[in-house]
Design a protein around this ligand. Structure first.
Ligand code: SAM
Length: 336
């Protein structure tokens, strides 16, 4: 069916979980607390997660996969996952965005899945299907945390900072779920082994812009530049600056630029300096208080092992609005 192995790997998302370090103490405790006696991986691949389950004491394992060559019972788990009694699901499903399927020329093979769901990444369809079981642990993209996917069945979400896969730099997290609906204040958020807080704290900390000040992103004649992504050098994080201070040719800024931008706004030069200073302080403070959980993960870590982050333009706008109001306390604000 597949012309070559590389094409199969891309289409089926065959990136196998060879490293076990994602299994933090609290995740292991959750698995034990389910009292399940079967470990179940509906996207079993090479069976690495089921082997790990065996090492932590499971005697029975059930694996399914769509790829015949892997010798599991064949099942299309993006369409339906059978309920396995007394099991805990331990899996890492395929990840594939609608956009990258099109870009890689493999959309036709996966179109049937996008046609039946409202998600823009197949891992989310996999989560939906896995929730038909009572208990589960899933390794999925970290972008899940800031996605609109309902989180009411989660017990915890854990950001795994070290690079987990040998063949892709995709930033991941691990979700643990049970069969009960919960409010956000019962859902714990961890980074590696450290408990950071609960999901309701992070939802409250989210910055939403009021859009009451004229601001145009990706405008080459703007007065504030933003390097919206951390460099690998911890001393050069995301920051606001004057356009002439950025080490980038700003005439290359496109309408779709998401990593470096210039922002046009109505403000005098001396106000711009103060806004830049205020925005950088407020960003440092925001990052500290939220442990970076609300910033998008970016592929590849910094040299000190921390995950690189990207500041989305809605949050950047909200920070700049606060700075504008600080610098112009008497300004009459209107909606844009
Ligand atoms: C990311 S790999 C993970 C494998 C294994 N869970 C692990 O962590 O090592 C995803 C696996 O899902 C399989 N897969 C992809 N689409 C599938 C589908 N629709 N139904 C069942 N398995 C599928 C792939 O063949 C691949 O083995």
């Amino acid at each position: 069916m597949y012309m070559n192995l590389a094409l199969k790997k891309r289409t089926l998302g065959q990136f196998f979980t060879k490293n076990p370090f994602w299994l933090k103490k609290h995740i292991l405790e959750f698995i034990k607390s389910t009292k399940a006696n079967i470990a179940f991986d509906p996207f079993a691949g090479d069976g690495d997660l089921l082997n790990l389950a065996k090492q932590i004491g499971f005697k029975k394992m059930t694996g399914l996969d769509i790829d015949r060559s892997l010798n599991w019972k064949i099942n299309d788990s993006l369409l339906n996952i059978p309920k396995v009694k007394n099991s805990v699901l331990i899996t890492n499903p395929p990840y594939l965005t609608n956009y990258s399927a099109k870009r890689k020329g493999i959309y036709d093979s996966v179109k049937k899945y996008f046609d039946i769901c409202k998600y823009d990444d197949l891992y989310q369809l996999a989560v939906e299907k896995c929730l038909s079981n009572d208990f589960g642990v899933m390794i999925i993209p970290e972008t899940f945390i800031n996605s609109g996917f309902p989180k009411n069945r989660l017990i915890s979400v854990t950001i795994i900072e070290n690079q987990l896969f040998n063949d892709t730099e995709n930033p991941v997290c691990v979700i643990c779920f049970d069969n009960k609906n919960k409010l956000n204040d019962k859902i714990k958020v961890y980074k590696n082994d450290k408990l950071l807080g609960n999901l309701s704290y992070f939802e409250k900390m989210r910055k939403i812009p009021h859009k009451n000040i004229y601001m145009k992103f990706n405008s080459p004649k703007g007065q504030i530049a933003l390097r919206a992504v951390d460099t690998t050098n911890p001393q050069k994080p995301i920051s606001f600056m004057k356009p002439e201070e950025i080490d980038y040719d700003l005439s290359d800024i496109k309408h779709s630029s998401r990593l470096i931008t210039v922002i046009e706004l109505e403000a005098k030069n001396d106000a711009i300096d103060k806004m830049i200073e205020y925005s950088n302080d407020s960003l440092v403070n925001f990052r500290k208080k939220t442990h970076d959980v609300l910033l998008s993960p970016f592929k590849g870590n910094k040299k000190n092992g921390e995950r690189r982050r990207r500041l989305d333009y809605l949050t950047a706008r909200a920070i700049l609005e606060d700075a504008y109001e600080f610098v112009n306390p008497d300004a009459k604000l209107k909606l844009f």
